[in-house]
Design a binder for this molecule. Sequence first.
Ligand code: NAD
Length: 260
Amino acid sequence: MGFLTGKRAVIAGIASDRSIAWGIAQAMAREGAEIALTYQSERLAERVREMAAEIGASICLPLDVSSDEEIMRMYESLAGHWPSFDILVHSVAFAPREQLVGRYLDTVTREGSQIAHDISSYSFVAMAKYGRSMLSKQSALLTLSYLGAVRSIPNYNIMGPAKASLEANVRFMAADLGAAGVRVNGISAGPIKTLAASGVGDFRQMLQHFASIAPLRRNVTIEDVGNAAAFLCSDLASGITGEIVYVDGGFHTVGMSMPD
Ligand code: NAD
């Protein structure tokens, strides 16, 4: 019996089989959770439905997190299938591509900043706000962050402040929901080649550099992140909330490294 048997998980953020959310969905399904997937737009609907079928997930719902109405509609549809759920995974981020290449002050704009914060940070709050009446006792919310929240990273630009805001949201939401038994955590993942990541300038170089410095001397995978996510959203992690857990091969712990 898997350690998520009896849990129901809503997972937002699958765009392809490289998506971190897909690694999470596979790990959670393997551990016995029932899964509902959301997809951003009709363009992704068929692909996500096929992937849902692979892991025995029968619920697939549209969700563009930039709209409160759409978030509410998603929960209304979900309520037609499940009276409650136990896990919410928010694996969603976006900033206009031109914000993610070049020097920070040259590229950042008011509009780019608003979009990055809205889609990549506030949407996690909105999903919790409109979904909390359906959360069971002992439920867990999880989002995905990156080291750019706490360190400057070339080209990551406005996504750094947006992830810093997301990590602050994890702490505020954890404080708010803890008394109701709801835990809120984030995973700060190392770089992984996904659709979202390919928008960040010089990403391939970043992957190589990362693997040469990280104590594990390799890049992390969606399986690494998926397994950690399954643990954090399970009752095995019942004492952990308000936390950002690094799944980055130890990269963030290194102060200086010498060439091998
Ligand atoms: P991805 O492109 O596979 O996933 C990003 C998802 O965000 C997509 O499914 C996309 O549809 C969704 N999305 C964007 N705008 C949306 C909107 N308005 N409404 C609904 N969904 C929307 O890339 P990924 O790397 O798997 O990204 C998932 C999360 O992991 C993001 O928060 C990202 O910042 C984070 N992360 C990624 C890396 C990495 O290197 N890939 C590292 C650390 C953290």
